[in-house]
Design a protein around this ligand. Structure first.
Ligand SMILES: [Zn+2]
Length: 208
């Protein structure tokens, strides 16, 4: 926990080992669940003691949203995604349909876009659009932490060959991230955490 009251819990969930994050404000006991890819019960028990205000999806792939609707139903949270990934989400999130059950498609309460700022207790969550992995991919910035979804990974980045993906967009998005002033802890949608200062030096698309 930081001075601001920001508290983060990370859980790795589902078949694709997605990192789900619970971002909480310990002062007001509100939290946001970022990318609840699976295992709703586990996520809910990790969020116990907090009011889930938002479920935020960094993009519309199934491995980032399959537990969203159950969490929304059980907590009354608002589920948010960039409008540009809405069709992708409705079509099953590139799941190959066999993996998907209709009941797992989350209802969306609102759309987020570049520059939006969400209030979570005493915390401010800034949305930055980072297309490349999908058209509607975004990252969430809170204090000195970036929740980077499938945009930025440790020494890597999300694949650009799926629906809506673009390596050119990814390059621009990573450049935009690298130009943020100072250092940030980066909490990605898959794999280990990293730091922006480290990625500026070692990420294959950032260090060119
Ligand atoms: Zn993805």
């Amino acid at each position: 926990m930081t001075e601001s009251g920001m508290k983060i819990r990370a859980l790795t969930v589902g078949v694709l080992q997605t990192n789900c994050y619970i971002l909480a404000d310990d002062k007001t006991k509100e939290c946001a669940v970022i990318d609840p890819g699976d295992e709703a019960e586990r996520i809910l028990s990790a969020a116990q003691g907090y009011k889930v205000k938002y479920v935020i999806l960094t993009h519309g792939h199934f491995d980032h949203f399959e537990a969203a609707e159950e969490i929304r139903e059980k907590t009354g949270a608002q589920t948010l995604i960039d409008r540009l990934d809405y069709d992708l989400l409705l079509s099953g999130g590139e799941s190959g349909a066999l993996l998907m059950k209709d009941s797992l498609t989350p209802k969306i309460d609102g759309f987020i876009k570049d520059g939006d700022e969400l209030t979570l207790g005493t915390l401010k969550l800034k949305i930055m659009s980072t297309p490349g992995h999908t058209q509607g991919s975004c990252v969430i910035i809170c204090d000195k932490v970036i929740f980077s979804g499938d945009t930025l990974f440790l020494e890597s980045y999300g694949r650009c060959d799926l629906t809506g993906g673009s390596e050119e967009d990814m390059r621009k998005s990573l450049l935009k991230l690298s130009e943020l002033p100072g250092d940030y802890t980066v909490l990605p949608g898959h794999g280990d955490r990293t730091y922006l200062s480290y990625e500026r030096r070692f990420n294959p698309l950032m260090s060119l």
